[in-house]
Design a binder for this molecule. Structure first.
Ligand code: FES
Ligand code: FES
Length: 153
């Protein structure tokens, strides 16, 4: 049994040493926004925030997240950048199957917060570790550019 702080609440969960944070979030805590795509750190579908920084939850053993603040997409419902990003993704048709979207949104929010989403080239570079099999990325880049513009106003 371990204690994890997730989305502002302390949770007690059973976790084996081999269990990834992504698996525990999904299978024990029912937080299904965190997706598992590649399960080896390549696609970014499993992004969460660990102490405020994006992390690949498929690579983090859940036991190593003890003592850190874990935030998933579900914990960012009222975040103003995330609200802007979600509206922009909808307006720009930036998702199709949606499997990559939670990870994209976590990565995009971080880029906007760091001031690293000022133009399409910068955004494409920032998304280098985020894989989408459906969209061709144009809508995603346009959405992030729009949300970044909104965040600067
Ligand atoms: S599922 Fe974690 S990076 Fe692909
Ligand atoms: S929308 Fe399907 S993988 Fe990105």
């Amino acid at each position: 049994m371990i204690r994890l702080q997730v989305n502002g609440a302390m949770q007690e969960v059973v976790a084996e040493p081999r269990d990834s944070l992504a698996a525990v979030l999904r299978d024990r805590l029912g937080l299904h926004a965190t997706r598992i795509g590649c399960a080896h750190g390549s696609c970014g579908a499993c992004n969460v925030l660990l102490d405020g920084a994006p992390a690949r939850a498929c690579l983090v053993p859940a036991v190593l997240a003890v003592g850190q603040e874990v935030v998933t997409l579900e914990g960012l419902r009222d975040d103003h950048i995330m609200l802007s990003l979600r509206a922009a993704f909808q307006a720009q048709h930036a998702l199709q199957c949606g499997y990559c979207t939670a990870g994209m949104l976590i990565a995009a929010r971080d880029m906007i917060q760091r001031g690293c989403a000022r133009n399409p080239d910068e955004i494409r570079a920032g998304l280098a570790g985020q894989l989408c099999r459906c969209t061709g990325y144009d809508g995603i880049v346009a959405a992030i550019l729009g949300a970044a513009h909104d965040a600067r106003r």
